[in-house]
Design a protein around this ligand. Structure first.
Ligand SMILES: C[S@@+](CC[C@H](N)C(=O)[O-])C[C@H]1O[C@@H](n2cnc3c(N)ncnc32)[C@H](O)[C@@H]1O
Length: 313
C-alpha cells in the first residue's frame, strides 16, 4: 500500500501557465514582511480552527504546483486555505450562515466591513443579546454576514454553538478591549484570496464528489468526543457522531482510490487511527486545548495523508 501511495509524489502535475506558487509564512504582524502588503488571514475565531497549528500543518501540504484544485469541505475559519492561498479552490461547510459570510466578504468586503463597524460601535451586553436573539433582524445577505462576524467576535471565546433548534446560543464575552472585529483592510485582503474560490454550503461528501485525480482535498472534520456521551463542540443542529467519523474515513479512501491527494486532521485516538490503516499517520508535536466553558482539555493531533509529504518535520 505504502509503495502505491508514494507514487503520488512522483507523478508530475503540469503547472498551469502563469499559476503563481504562493505560500505565506504564519506571523501575527499583519504584513507580508516585504513592505506591509496586507496578508489574507482567517478573520473568524472558530472552535477547532487550525490557525495556531497552521505552521505545523503546512509541512504536510504539497506545494501549490503539485496539485490542481484545492478542496476544503470542512472550512470553518479556513486557516490552511489562507496560509496556502491556492490558485483554484472549492471551499465548503455545512454551516449556511458561515458560508453566506464568506460569500459576502468575497463579493462585498467594504460593505460588510462598514456594517460590522456599526455593530461593533454599539457593542454592549444588551445590544449583543438583542442581535443574537433576533430582536434586530438582519434582512439582507450582506447584513447577515456582518451580524455573523460581530457575534463571532463578541461571543464568549469566539465559539459558534447552536442549540438543538439551530439557534446560536453562546453568551456575551468579547475580549478585554471589546469585540476584535476585522478591519476593512483585513476583509479586502481576505476577499482577494476568496475570489479564486468557489464557496458552497453543503455536506462534505456531496461537495467532494467532484474532486478528481490530482486535486488536493484537506479534511478537517469535527473531532470525536472523548466519550460517547460528551459532545464538546456543537457546530450545527446536527451532531457529528461516530457514524460521521466512519463516513469521513470512507470518503478519504474513495478519494485516495480516485487519485486525489488527501490530507486529514483528527484527534490522536486509537479508535480514529484504526480507521486509516494503510495510510500515513503523522503525529503533530503540538497539542491544543479544546472545549468550552469549564470543559477544556488537551488534544493530541494526527495528520493522515495518502502521500509522502515532501518535508517531513
Ligand atoms: C474542525 S472545524 C474546521 C476548522 C477549520 N479547518 C479551521 O481551520 O478553522 C469543522 C467544521 O466542519 C463543519 N461541519 C460539520 N459537519 C459537517 C458536514 N457534515 N459537512 C460539512 N461540514 C461540516 C463545521 O461547521 C465546522 O466548521
Amino acid at each position: 500500500m505504502a509503495k502505491r501511495l508514494a507514487k503520488h509524489r512522483s507523478r508530475p502535475i503540469t503547472k498551469k501557465k502563469g499559476a503563481a506558487v504562493r505560500r505565506t509564512t504564519i506571523d501575527n504582524s499583519g504584513s507580508d514582511g516585504k513592505g506591509g502588503l496586507p496578508v489574507p488571514r482567517p478573520f473568524l475565531r472558530w472552535a477547532g480552527g487550525k490557525q495556531r497549528l497552521a505552521g505545523s500543518l503546512l509541512e504536510f501540504v504539497p506545494q501549490n504546483d503539485e496539485y490542481k484544485r484545492y478542496f476544503e469541505p470542512f472550512f470553518g475559519g479556513g486557516a490552511v486555505f489562507f496560509a496556502i492561498q491556492p490558485e483554484q479552490a472549492i471551499l465548503s461547510d455545512s454551516n449556511n450562515e458561515l458560508i453566506n459570510c464568506y460569500r459576502q466578504v468575497q463579493a462585498n468586503p467594504k460593505v460588510v466591513s462598514a456594517l460590522v463597524r456599526r455593530y461593533a460601535k454599539r457593542d454592549s451586553s444588551s445590544f449583543f443579546y438583542n442581535i443574537r436573539d433576533g430582536n434586530h433582524k438582519a434582512r439582507t445577505k450582506v447584513a447577515k454576514a456582518a451580524r455573523f462576524i460581530y457575534l463571532n467576535k463578541a461571543a464568549f471565546n469566539g465559539i459558534y454553538r447552536v442549540n438543538r433548534k439551530g439557534k446560536f446560543n453562546v453568551p456575551y464575552g468579547p475580549s478585554e478591549n471589546g469585540p476584535a472585529v476585522p478591519n476593512c483592510v483585513a476583509l479586502v485582503a481576505a476577499s482577494g484570496c476568496l475570489k479564486r474560490a468557489r464557496i458552497v454550503a453543503g455536506d462534505f461528501e456531496f461537495v467532494v464528489r467532484n474532486a478528481n485525480r490530482g486535486d488536493l482535498v484537506y479534511l478537517d472534520p469535527p473531532y470525536p468526543p472523548r466519550s460517547d456521551t460528551a459532545y464538546f463542540v456543537h457546530y450545527s443542529a446536527d451532531r457529528f457522531g461516530w457514524d460521521e467519523q466512519l463516513r469521513v474515513a470512507k470518503v478519504f479512501r474513495r478519494l485516495a482510490r480516485r487519485g486525489c491527494l488527501v490530507m486529514l486532521s483528527n484527534a490522536d485516538q486509537k479508535k480514529v487511527v484504526s480507521l486509516y490503516k494503510g495510510f500515513y499517520v503523522h503525529r503533530l508535536n503540538a497539542t491544543r486545548w479544546l472545549g468550552s466553558n469549564g470543559d477544556r482539555f488537551r488534544v493530541r493531533e494526527i495528520v493522515v495523508t495518502n502521500y509522502v509529504p515532501a518535508k517531513m518535520p
